[in-house]
Design a protein around this ligand. Structure first.
Ligand code: SF4
Length: 287
């Protein structure tokens, strides 16, 4: 039975065990060459040339009304592929564009844990000839400590976790999650993932944090609280503030102006954060 289309009924016995030789699959989009990269791309690499190959996984556990990549996130069409097939395509594209970075974003890249671990492991095996970077951008809401350990073990080198608020009300507004208990769990997991990454892998991984900003979704007071909390964990971590624009089911918000984003940048820098980049309609501000 396909679990994604089978209704749960009273008395049903549900097993999530899969056969040992089961090969997980995912639908991926795009494999584009990228001149900017994502949240977990070091700012000093962002330039006019291609710097990384990125692919995008369909599906997400969040329901952000203004999802910036909704055509991929909510797409269930396409041929699901195995980790080894995906890794071969990514490797081919990396060589074709002569870059050393390979990224996966989404949708949510960390869904289907077995698939992602196998994908990163295969990428590492196929690219031993060069100094490659394997980069994962994630909403970090299911990124538990043991999952992080496993990703590092198989070859992840760069990661961009999102912190979509500090208050649960803000997180629920931004992500469209209506179940408060679930929202609290997701928000706690994402902050815990960030702290765990800094405490345990700061020397080994590149860590860049994504924070959304739009005054209709999050207040400046909360941005300040987020900045202060991040600074307490690591004042030198790269922060990328994303100017959330009208998209998908939330077209009534306005894209933050350049001046608003400059104000966010000055405020976060004023808190003592050393590396702040703000995305704007006119290009990046910072660091
Ligand atoms: S976490 Fe990202 S991919 Fe998922 S719904 Fe939100 S904006 Fe879209």
């Amino acid at each position: 039975m396909l679990s994604c289309i089978t209704s749960v009924k009273e008395g049903m016995e549900i097993s999530t065990e899969l056969p040992e030789n089961y090969v997980p699959k995912r639908i991926l989009h795009d494999w584009t060459d990228h001149p900017v990269g994502g949240v977990g791309t070091p700012w000093w690499l962002k330039c006019d040339k291609y710097i990384e190959i990125a692919c995008f996984s369909c599906g997400c556990n969040l329901r952000c009304p203004q999802c910036q990549n909704w055509t991929t996130t909510y797409c269930g069409k396409g041929r699901p592929i195995s980790p080894s097939e995906a890794a071969r395509i990514t490797t081919y594209m990396r060589k074709r564009y002569r870059v050393n970075r390979m990224a996966i974003s989404g949708g949510e890249s960390t869904l289907n844990r077995k698939w992602l671990l196998s994908y990163v492991k295969t990428l590492k095996e196929l690219n031993q000839d060069s100094d490659v970077r394997i980069h994962i951008d994630t909403n970090a809401t299911i990124l538990t400590r043991d999952y992080i350990d496993e990703l590092v073990d198989v070859g992840m080198t760069d990661i961009g976790p999102d912190l979509k608020g500090l208050k649960v009300e803000t997180f629920m507004r931004i992500t469209g999650i209506k179940d408060r208990e679930l929202a609290e769990k997701y928000l706690k997991t994402s902050w815990d993932a960030f702290r765990y990454l800094v405490d345990n892998y700061k020397e080994r991984l590149f860590i860049g944090v994504g924070i959304p900003y739009n005054k209709a979704l999050i207040s400046m007071d909360e941005m300040i609280m987020i900045g202060e909390r991040v600074a307490k964990i690591d004042e030198s971590v790269q922060i990328c503030v994303l100017d959330y624009r009208p998209e998908f089911r939330n077209v009534t918000i306005s894209r933050p102006s350049y001046t608003e984003m400059l104000n966010v940048w000055k405020t976060l820098k004023g808190i003592g954060l050393k590396t702040v980049i703000c995305q704007t309609s006119l290009g990046y501000i910072g660091p």
